[in-house]
Write a protein that binds this ligand. Sequence first.
Ligand code: NDP
Length: 346
Amino acid sequence: TKVLLTGGSGFIAAHILEQLLAKGHTVVTTVRSEDKAQKIREAYPDKASSGELKVVIVPDIAKLNAFDEVVKEPGLEVVLHTASPFHFKFQDPKTELIDPAVNGTTGILKALARSAPTVRRVVITSSFASVMDEDKITDPNHTFNEDSWNPVTIDDIHRHPMTAYRASKTLAEKAAWDFVKDPANNVKFDLATITPPMVFGPVIHHLASLSSINTSNERIVDLLQGKWKKAVPSTGAGIVWIDVRDVARAHIRAGLEVPEAGGKRLFTTAGMFSNSEIARIARKNFPEYADKFPEDEEALKSGELPPADKRFKIDNKRTNELLKIDFISLEQMVVDTVRSLKERGA
Ligand code: NDP
């Protein structure tokens, strides 16, 4: 199958790319710069020279015509759109988060509807950010499932950087569903969205240095660098997680292998976790970092999962029945992630 994968330089996309190539698919992937393109070609020299892997530069996805040329690639069948900003280093949430998220999504859908008649399915990497509701996170009577939508609006983006990110994902996913439902757009493909919660796991993309680690894995680097020694940070509202290899698998299942995924929102998660649990697993498996880990039981307390009567519930039965992914455990994730970070100098 010939697949267009956007944002190939990212943490999650690198795993999607690896799994697609291992399964013998042909991939066209987009990145922002020639430098990043070169790193990907160097990781798969044989695939790059055989033409099974093509890396194309799309410098700014906030521009509505950004994807106009790459979608003309002949014979594309499936599109996996992962590119979207996930960081909190912005000055202006509108231009740096909302615009690339929303315009990137509508821009690629518009370009595909117009110029890619062979595409049959588009999968968009949305997020649990577009499922959750900041007002319900401590409500034990509330269950988030595939039908749940974050009520956040564009007016909320100056409230908190996290809220701005959640708005970017929610507005982008909404725009996608609205686009494919509008008959005026003459859409011939179907859409599936994946709404992963916190994604952790081994790093296989090019990292200039450990300080450029992707946002969701930052906490594991912090743990290895001794930043949790005195007190483990609160796990926050993001107490639901999935391994990056399972997220990648979910994109491939939804995009290429499970026809019934069309038209669905897929809530992929391995369940709840806490920062303290991550720290305990790391402590058990990596004695060489003993002097960096939380120093005693007291230091672990601040990072525990809130009690069951002070946290929301989740239900992703429908997604599990459809995708049939046997989720990687927290223990396996921590072990593999710490190993990968160790190899990169942590
Ligand atoms: P990364 O930061 O590693 O990847 C983000 C990707 O998007 C990179 O390829 C990045 O390019 C690209 N990108 C970001 N901003 C722009 C922009 N303005 N123009 C062009 N490209 C841009 O993070 P992840 O791999 O974690 O994120 C991938 C997707 O998964 C995102 O859509 C994110 O919202 C979603 N997601 C992530 C979760 C997580 O916990 N990690 C949870 C749920 C959803 P570059 O490398 O050049 O910066």
